[in-house]
Write a protein that binds this ligand. Structure first.
Ligand SMILES: [Zn+2]
Length: 273
């Protein structure tokens, strides 16, 4: 089963557990490092972003995306893997600017909390947001994402915080309306192609950048993280649907699928603004 960041070709990557391993997201995170040494490393994700200690870098150009308006005839696979809901993306979706090299898309997935509390993975000045979108990319100079995920800088993740706002976010409807179709772990369906860029914030110029890891085993420390400053607003109804529809490993509701924040161990967090 694939890691947080892997393109869920389930047979590709022999990972125990998967994106958010375990029956309860927090039940076994303390044990991850015994099976996956990188999980105990010094460049782990997610982190709390302390905005007073970030460094502004003028080299961080606005993120530019290419190829995100997909034809409805293009069918995208959506899967409940027991740890999150994963939408596979064609590699024709790229990050054209904002990193020193091009990255190509693999998949996207979400993290969320429960009606009792928020569930983003990253926090900002200690604040946890309602949810978090991760769009996962690999460096195409490697032959596959499986190879890229083991190489420094092999992966990039664009992360955006989800927050309750006053109205439905129509961009999320193609994804959310299919959640009941993948309620049980292992269920798959397809989603008609739509404008994937609409899932991200409208402003892609203000963001934080740091070197980190997959947030699930094997926790490889190969991810170039971008965490956008602008949040994405969904209605309360949409967030509630996310929090109360999917089931995990043992038919329990899949909730709070975030990893606790990890120590920086001296890493610098850059800001583009
Ligand atoms: Zn993730």
């Amino acid at each position: 089963m694939a890691a947080c960041v892997v393109s869920l070709q389930a047979s590709d990557i022999p990972i125990v557990g998967g994106p958010h391993a375990g029956t309860s997201p927090h039940a076994d995170v303390a044990q991850w490092a015994s099976m996956f040494p990188d999980c105990g490393g010094q460049m782990q994700s997610p982190i709390n972003i302390d905005t007073s200690s970030t460094s502004v870098s003028l080299e961080l150009q606005p993120v530019e995306l290419a190829g995100y308006r997909l034809d409805p005839r293009e069918q995208l696979r959506l899967e409940n893997n027991g740890h999150t809901v994963v939408l596979e993306l064609p590699s024709s979706l790229t990050i054209a600017s904002g990193y020193p090299q091009e990255y190509r898309a693999s998949q996207l997935h979400l993290h969320w909390g429960s009606p009792e509390g928020p569930g983003s993975e990253h926090t900002v000045d200690g604040r946890r947001y309602d949810g978090e979108l991760h769009v996962v990319y690999y460096n195409p100079s490697y032959q596959s994402i499986k190879e890229a995920m083991r190489q420094p800088g092999g992966l990039a993740v664009l992360a955006a915080f989800l927050q309750v706002g006053p109205e439905d976010n129509e961009h999320y409807q193609p994804l959310l309306e299919q959640l009941p179709e993948v309620q049980e772990k292992g269920k798959k369906t397809t989603v008609d192609g739509f404008d994937i860029k609409g899932l991200l914030p409208t402003s892609l110029s203000r963001y934080y950048r740091y070197s980190g890891s997959l947030t699930t085993p094997p926790c490889y420390q190969t991810v170039n993280w971008t965490v956008f400053n602008q949040t994405v607003l969904l209605s309360q109804k949409q967030i509630s649907l996310l929090e109360t529809t999917l089931q995990g490993d043992h038919e329990e509701l899949l909730q709070n699928n975030f990893r606790p924040t990890q120590s920086l161990h001296g890493r610098k967090v850059l800001a583009s603004f």
